[in-house]
Design a binder for this molecule. Structure first.
Ligand code: UDP
Length: 238
């Protein structure tokens, strides 16, 4: 067998995905399946850090109509990511794999503060690391968090899990003529304005020369397949 494609990756899981068919919250069966997929992927000896979104519970942009400022709304969104990380940490540990949540926000009674060194130590000990609280700043997203943390910890790629098998020229669920891209540069992804990931995330990835692989997590084993190089996804790189 040749060298594995990656030694360390960051996998981004959207909060919305964790809701399953529910309008909000966490679907336990989805959570358990994601946990199994992550554990299966680590069996390759690859270090995996997870960034989990919060859209299934709260998004900062949704609060302007409720008299809450955007920064306060974003704080609520970041807290939602902590809830999701703790739920996924528990699901992973219930299945027998050690996991640790590290948070960008200080909340010592709940979980440890993220530092690069702590994340690297836990990863080297074979634990799954969950990165909660986004970047810790308003006006950012967990997509940008994934790229930021991957760059900080020297990950070789961000695996962006979605409901579709890559980046399309338009929403493939709405437009049957939407074209799927096999490969894009970061600049093409930004210029195309594709909805799959925000431009800030692509711009930071361009700056740090970090590949992003956009793939569907709908099938069991999809994270492992991407790591093996047999999965289907769009590579955004160079
Ligand atoms: N958020 C933030 N700063 C960050 C990351 C997230 O303020 O660095 C807030 C923001 O309000 C966002 C919410 O947390 O809407 C949930 O994150 P995101 O929308 O990325 O979740 P996803 O779409 O992946 O479920």
């Amino acid at each position: 067998m040749g060298e594995p494609l990656y030694r360390r990756v960051v996998v981004k899981i959207s909060g919305e995905y964790l809701a399953g068919a529910q309008p909000f919250g966490i679907d336990q069966s989805v959570l358990d399946r994601v946990a199994s997929d992550v554990i299966d992927a680590t069996a390759r000896g690859i270090e995996i850090a997870l960034v989990v979104g919060g859209g299934n519970i709260f998004r900062g942009v949704d609060v302007s109509s409720r008299g809450v400022s955007r920064p306060t709304g974003d704080s609520m969104g970041m807290l939602a990511t902590v809830m999701n990380c703790l739920a996924l940490e528990s699901a992973i540990e219930r299945k027998g794999k050690s996991a640790r949540t590290l948070c960008a926000l200080v909340m010592p009674q709940v979980c440890e503060l993220f530092t690069r060194k702590t994340a690297l130590r836990y990863l080297s000990e074979g634990r799954v690391v969950l990165l909660a609280g986004g970047t810790g700043n308003p006006f950012f997203t967990t997509d940008t968090t994934a790229v930021l943390r991957a760059s900080e910890i020297g990950a070789q790629a961000v695996l962006k899990a979605t409901n579709v098998d890559g980046v399309y020229s338009a929403d493939p669920k709405v437009d049957k003529n939407a074209k799927r891209f096999e490969r894009l540069t970061h600049s093409q992804a930004i210029e195309g304005g594709y909805k799959v990931m925000d431009a800030t995330a692509f711009a930071l990835a361009r700056e740090t020369s970090l590949p992003i692989i956009v793939f569907s997590i709908a099938e069991s084993g999809s994270i492992g397949a991407i790591l093996d190089g047999t999965g289907r996804g769009t590579i955004v790189a160079g």
